[in-house]
Ligand binder design. Structure first.
Ligand SMILES: [Zn+2]
Length: 102
């Protein structure tokens, strides 16, 4: 077994897990209960994503690298309607709901 990813945010980790499962890689989450249970401070114990098969670890890491960094590579966009700036992941303007002109 090998750890391929870790993050304090359970939502992000869950999507990482889904991603690997979609690619046919068996994986499991460690420290899940620490992170979501609130027994320790938020973020004190990063949740970890592990693969059962070490042979799949390299592939898993490259999949996660590619997919999870994708949105952060995109530039922020400026709304044509109200000129407000929006994060690349927003599909519509947070202020006036104008749809992203992509
Ligand atoms: Zn706007």
């Amino acid at each position: 077994m090998q750890r391929v990813y870790s993050h304090e945010n359970m939502t992000i980790l869950s999507s990482a897990k889904n991603l690997l499962e979609l690619n046919g890689i068996d994986c499991f989450i460690k420290n899940e209960y620490h992170a979501s249970g609130g027994h320790v401070g938020w973020g004190a114990v990063p949740v970890e994503l592990w693969v059962y098969n070490e042979q799949a670890a390299d592939r898993a890491i490259s999949i996660l690298d590619k997919e999870l960094n994708q949105s952060t590579d995109l530039p922020d966009w400026q709304c044509k309607h109200c000129a407000e700036w929006n994060a690349a992941t927003f599909e519509s303007c947070w202020k006036c709901q104008e749809i992203h002109p992509a």
